[in-house]
Design a protein around this ligand. Structure first.
Ligand SMILES: *[C@@H]1O[C@H](CO)[C@@H](O)[C@H](O)[C@H]1NC(C)=O
Ligand SMILES: *[C@@H]1O[C@H](CO)[C@@H](O)[C@H](O)[C@H]1NC(C)=O
Ligand SMILES: *[C@@H]1O[C@H](CO)[C@@H](O)[C@H](O)[C@H]1NC(C)=O
Ligand SMILES: *[C@@H]1O[C@H](CO)[C@@H](O)[C@H](O)[C@H]1NC(C)=O
Length: 416
């Protein structure tokens, strides 16, 4: 305050007034409220000035009226960001109010719903969630809806757990949030997002026949099941290649099982069933063992072999389980030789003769003899040219050609 000093005593002006105060009545709602700020000050005031962030507020002839009262019709949130100060003045004195912030409630606006992943099919029990946001003062509260049914949840995040706990999600449908502002009493819905919850496939098993399967006699049924999840696709593979129905492989209507009638030796192999839906894919396998054979054993080896060298004969035969082998020389069993290769490290004359192998399958009870291979052991056999000999000849020829060319040029130099 201003003191007027005169001698010999102090006189306090009757016009002195106290610091003005900005007063307002209630909450302001954007677009709906007329703001009325009163610069309240007792005393004889000649003028009132209002400033917003130190800039003088001028009347605009429309929404802003500036006197001892500052009036703004249909107030907007950015009208006065503040701080607002009113200053009262007369010829002797000038006093400013404390800083005042105008609170204008608004919204909700820009109500946006987002999913944590852009999925149409959401795996059950995953971390999926929905988030709702809105521009609002005070902060909006949210409610959630599946189609027209309200989901019991509050807060800006709706988790899949809550959706599933309340039994929603198993059919494709629309989810939305509604943002609500307690001050403006406005409620605004978001757009809708659409998805359905799908249970992942688990507990897959591929079961097949248990006993021994004999070619041209047994048949087999393979059945593929999952304990959980709704399966939308079933694919069968054999040895990594897609299996499709044919004259002896039949698929059930839903492809959950296949029947093979009658089994052939070619049906041996690894069977895989793959079950999938939009959120998962699982597979299981079964190894089919079809017993057959032995079929057409053949003895392979050289017909003429050199004395004192290493010689190998092999007996190749097709059989499941692998055939038992017996080797024979001139029709007599060679004792102790039961592998599919017969090896002599140092072959002798007495090993000449006709070799056969006999293959037997203990499960089919069949046995078969190979055609015979006659092997002759010789002192020296003509094995053709060795690699070293071939290399020697090639080098010899090159040297000869080189010499001829050199001679040609030498002679041309000498003969006129
Ligand atoms: C705001 O004004 C509109 C009309 O302009 C009215 O419909 C609405 O109810 C008002 N809202 C509040 C909270 O007063
Ligand atoms: C007004 O708002 C400003 C920032 O926006 C803040 O620093 C200040 O404390 C507020 N004043 C009052 C009186 O609320
Ligand atoms: C085929 O199976 C029948 C019994 O189902 C059996 O009597 C027969 O011996 C089998 N044949 C062969 C080749 O295993
Ligand atoms: C097998 O027979 C051939 C001729 O038929 C004979 O030369 C050879 O010595 C015989 N080998 C044995 C081990 O009896």
């Amino acid at each position: 305050s201003v003191l007027l000093v005169s001698t010999p005593y102090i006189q306090i002006s009757t016009d002195l007034f106290l610091r003005p105060k900005i007063q307002c009545q209630n909450d302001f709602i954007e677009y709906n409220s007329t703001v009325e700020l009163t610069c309240s000050c007792k005393g004889s005031i000649e003028s009132f000035t209002w400033t917003n962030d130190s800039k003088i507020i001028e009347p605009d002839g429309k929404r802003f009226t500036v006197k001892s009262k500052l009036t703004i019709t249909d107030v907007q949130r950015y009208d006065l960001v503040g701080p607002i100060v009113c200053t009262a003045a007369n010829s002797l004195q000038k006093e400013s109010s404390a800083k005042f912030n105008l609170t204008v409630y608004y919204g909700p606006e820009d109500v946006t719903i987002k999913t944590s992943a852009p999925l149409k099919f959401v795996p059950s029990n995953s971390n999926f969630n929905l988030t709702c946001s809105a521009s609002s003062k005070p902060a909006a509260t949210f409610t959630w809806f599946y189609e027209t049914k309200q989901i019991q949840a509050t807060g800006p995040v709706l988790t899949l757990k809550v959706i599933e706990e309340q039994g929603f999600g198993h059919t494709l449908g629309n989810y939305k949030c509604v943002a609500q502002n307690d001050k403006t009493k406005r409620s605004v819905p978001s757009t809708a997002v659409q998805f359905s919850v799908m249970e992942a496939i688990s507990g897959i098993t591929l079961s097949g026949p248990k006993g021994i399967l004999i070619a041209d006699n047994s048949s087999a049924k393979l059945s593929c099941q999952a304990t959980q999840g709704n399966v939308t696709d079933r694919v069968w593979l054999k040895d990594g290649k897609p299996l499709s129905p044919d004259s002896h492989v039949k698929f059930s209507n839903d492809s959950s099982s296949i029947s093979i009638e009658v089994l052939k030796k070619e049906d041996n192999g690894e069977y895989i069933c793959q079950l999938s839906n939009s959120v998962s894919s699982k597979e299981a396998n079964f190894t089919m063992v079809v017993v057959y054979g032995p079929e057409s054993p053949v003895v392979k080896g050289d017909k003429e072999v050199q004395l004192k060298t290493r010689v190998e004969l092999t007996c190749s035969v097709s059989s499941v389980p692998p055939a038992k082998i017996i080797w024979k020389l001139n029709g007599t069993v060679i004792p102790g030789e039961t592998k599919d290769t017969l090896i002599y490290n140092n072959i002798e004359y007495k090993h000449s003769g006709t070799y056969t192998c006999e293959a037997s399958n203990e499960l089919t009870g069949k046995s078969t003899n190979s055609p015979s291979l006659s092997v002759t052991v010789k002192e020296n056999i003509d094995e053709g040219l060795s690699d070293g000999a071939i290399a020697g000849i090639v080098i010899g020829c090159l040297v000869a050609v080189g010499a001829a060319i050199a001679l040609f040029f030498y002679c041309r130099g000498k003969v006129p």
